[in-house]
Structure formats: structure tokens, C-alpha cells
Unconditional design. Structure first.
Length: 178
């Protein structure tokens, strides 16, 4: 099952560079904070409903792909059972049929994956915009130069002062804005 995880760092377009710590030390008063995007998303009003809707809709896609895969597997089994009795030309024709069936399966799987990604974006975009707005508001109010996402893939945060974590503030603000 695919888990919907979107990082706030992606929303903000922030990158964690190796020189960030040196710049922060060199510039007195530079305020930095971090968030836990997974925790924010899980507690954002509307996220659970969006995730539930997405999971229900994607289940239908999975069932369709599973049915097509079963049809293909069945056709392969039948071919394997009959292959010995088939003439060379009949065998080649059946193999072409199997290849076409496999191509249709792959094409439909790709179409459904694209459709699922589009639907995921439709469901999450309003939530992402709301979370981004709250984060940007807190950044401006607190005069933060940077807000990092501790959950972002490939982040370079090894250790951080827990007092810099503004996740709870973001969650609180999101719940108030509901």
C-alpha cells in the first residue's frame, strides 16, 4: 500500500546545505527552526479524510490491475499447457497474443498509476497550500530565516536543539484555522 507522504520542505523549496551551520554562526540573530512534516500532516484537519478517500479510490485501481494480471497469468498457463500440441506457426501466434495482452496490462497499469498520482495531487494540494501558508506565516512572525523539514529525504540535520522544533505551533495554528 502506498503511503501518502509529502514534505513541507518540498512545499517551501528549501535545501539543507552543508554550509548552513557556518552561516548561521557567522550571522548573529539568524533564526532557524525545523518541523516534522509527517506529524504535521497526520494532524492537519482534512488530511485523514483525504488519505481515506485516496485509499478507497486506489483500491479500485488495484483490483482492476489484479484482475488483468490474473487474466494474463491464466492465458500464460493455458499456453504452457497447450504449447506442446501447437504447430510452430500457432505457437508463434499465441505468443504474439500473450505479448499484446502483456502490453495492454502494462499500459493500463501505467494509466491507473498516472490517474492515482493526479488524484493524490487533487486531494493534497489544498492541504499543502494551507500548511505552507501556516508555515510561511509562522516564519514571518518569528522572523525565521530558514525552516527545515526534519522528515525531508536526504536532509542533513544530524542533531538539533528541540527548542527549535516549531511542529506543535504549526499544528496548533492549522487546527485554529479550520
Amino acid at each position: 500500500m502506498r503511503r501518502v507522504v509529502v514534505t513541507a520542505g518540498a512545499w517551501l523549496g528549501l535545501a539543507v546545505g552543508a554550509t548552513t551551520g557556518a552561516r548561521a554562526q557567522a550571522q548573529p540573530g539568524l533564526k532557524i527552526a525545523f518541523i516534522n512534516s509527517r506529524q504535521i500532516l497526520q494532524q492537519t484537519p482534512g488530511y485523514a479524510a483525504a488519505e481515506s478517500t485516496f485509499n478507497k479510490e486506489i483500491q479500485a485501481y488495484r483490483e482492476e490491475v489484479q484482475k488483468l494480471q490474473q487474466q494474463f497469468d491464466s492465458a500464460v498457463r493455458v499456453f504452457n499447457q497447450q504449447a506442446i500440441a501447437l504447430s510452430s506457426s500457432a505457437k508463434q501466434a499465441k505468443q504474439r497474443e500473450l505479448e499484446q495482452l502483456q502490453q495492454r496490462l502494462q499500459q493500463r497499469t501505467g494509466e491507473l498509476q498516472d490517474k492515482a498520482q493526479q488524484r493524490e495531487q487533487e486531494l493534497l494540494q489544498p492541504i499543502q497550500a494551507r500548511v505552507n501558508g501556516v508555515i510561511q506565516g509562522i516564519r514571518a512572525e518569528g522572523n525565521y530565516a530558514l525552516i527545515f523539514d526534519a522528515d525531508a529525504p536526504g536532509n542533513n540535520i544530524v542533531a538539533a536543539d528541540p527548542s527549535l522544533d516549531i511542529t506543535a505551533r504549526v499544528i496548533e495554528r492549522l487546527k485554529q484555522a479550520q
